[in-house]
Design a binder for this molecule. Structure first.
Ligand SMILES: [Zn+2]
Length: 437
């Protein structure tokens, strides 16, 4: 690792150099100047019928245009030299090394990879790039496929509101994999442009579009146990409460203390069943209105990160109603790969050099260093039976806090009682709780 550090530092320096370049602004100015000169000359020539003035006008043009072109060229030269240098530095720092693999596992799955890329672009809101990409992929497949534009139109006509799971059917038919139109790209485009427009409003601290969306999808959100609708309304109440000096909204009856109270009356009653305690807290805080920051409610009313928090839970809920994860799987896979692959490569090279190979199939010989946010599918191995728990044999926590597999627990039981194998405490079978990993 030590030898790679200086390389990265040079790279960073080169990058800083390139950032300092005036971004061709001089060239752009010069182009504008040339256009101005030429149009002025054209008007002058056209405005006079005397052919003798046209000649001198053209001659006068020569020098300024020539010098403008020269400075454009200079500017371009600087930029292209810097780009060349940066490219060279990049090549030196990241020499193209083949992965130490006998075969490329992804090589046979080009359609799947294309699909993942298209999906990623749509999810990131890169709509025009996504549609160019999809068109090009489908164009290159068109000899093999029937008219895909007809598929896209069908997609468009399909029901707008058919949510949940449609983009991620549990067992896609093989033909699904090979057909990018099965992505329902037009529909996804519409959904994600709605999502990004709502997010933009949230960024500008405008909660109304998000609240309207949550209201339209209230039943689905409720069914998922989501608090989003209430969280949005709560933030709106708090935001109004802060008044025009903070929220910048018009200073009228719909804002400030009164506005918040009206909003609470209108909105909070429908959340009463699930969020009564919190609503009481929010309304009680009104008593402290003159000096809220010194009150016990100060933390509830702090909005420093509230908009960002609500935006990220909105993104999560929005994606999950579409049957998608909150993060783009391609982004996660690429990031996790970039973090974990260097170790894997090092390990493979070393074992190759020593002539040894992995002996365990489907298992890595070392931990992959990934941050917690990238770990999925946690497993639990029962400390007694040494078996990995499954859906049929899930991990169970017993009252003393120890965790065993369900089958182990059943074996330990005498009647309805059991004795923990790790501490001497006894418990009842009905008190054991299943743990969801
Ligand atoms: Zn115990």
């Amino acid at each position: 690792m030590a030898s790679e550090k200086p390389k990265l530092e040079t790279l960073q320096k080169d990058f800083e150099d390139i950032s300092k370049l005036p971004r061709l602004s001089a060239a752009v100015e010069n182009v504008d100047k040339i256009i101005q000169l030429l149009s002025a000359a054209r008007e002058q020539v056209a405005g006079t019928l005397d052919t003798h003035t046209a000649g001198p006008t053209m001659i006068k043009l020569q020098n300024p245009i020539k010098s403008a072109f020269e400075s454009i060229e200079n500017d371009l030269k600087k930029a292209s030299a810097a780009h060349k240098k940066m490219g060279k530095a990049l090549n030196e720092s990241f020499p193209l090394k083949p992965l130490p693999m006998d075969h490329d596992a992804m090589a046979d799955h080009v359609p799947l990879i294309n699909r993942a890329i298209a999906m990623h672009l749509l999810r990131e809101g890169q709509f025009s790039v996504a549609s160019t990409f999809i068109n090009e992929v489908q164009g290159s497949n068109s000899s093999k496929q029937r008219d895909t534009s007809a598929d896209l139109d069908e997609t468009m006509d399909e029901a707008e509101n058919a949510y949940a799971g449609r983009y991620m059917s549990a067992s896609p038919t093989p033909s699904d994999h090979y057909d990018l139109s099965s992505l329902h790209s037009r529909e996804l485009h519409n959904h994600f442009s709605e999502m990004y427009s709502i997010l933009q409003h949230l960024k500008a601290k405008d909660l109304d579009p998000a609240i309207a969306w949550a209201g339209r999808n209230s039943a689905e959100l409720e069914a998922r146990g989501s608090n989003l609708e209430f969280e949005l309304s709560k933030l709106k109440y708090i935001w109004l409460f802060k008044g025009p000096a903070v929220n910048g909204l018009p200073d009228d009856d719909n804002n400030g203390f009164l506005g918040a109270l009206t909003y609470a009356r209108k909105t909070f009653s429908r959340f009463g069943a699930r969020h009564l305690a919190e609503i009481q807290k929010l309304v009680c805080a009104m008593a402290y209105a003159p000096n809220l920051s010194a009150s016990p409610y100060a933390s509830t009313f702090a909005t420093d990160s509230a908009f960002a928090d609500v935006a990220s839970s909105f993104t999560r809920e929005f994606c999950s109603l579409l049957g998608l994860s909150a993060e783009s799987p391609l982004y996660l896979a690429a990031t996790a790969g970039a973090l974990a692959l260097p170790q894997l490569m090092k390990y493979t090279q070393k074992t190759r050099a020593k002539g040894t190979e992995w002996t365990t199939a489907n298992e890595l010989a070392f931990e992959t260093p990934l941050p917690e946010s990238m770990l999925y599918h946690s497993i639990f191995v029962c400390p007694v039976s040494k078996e990995q728990t499954t859906d049929a044999n899930p991990p169970m926590m017993i009252p003393c806090g120890h965790v065993l597999a369900k089958e182990t627990l059943a074996r330990l039981c005498k009647g309805t009682r059991f004795k923990c194998p790790y501490c001497p405490s006894e418990g009842l079978l009905k008190d054991a709780r299943q743990i969801i990993l």
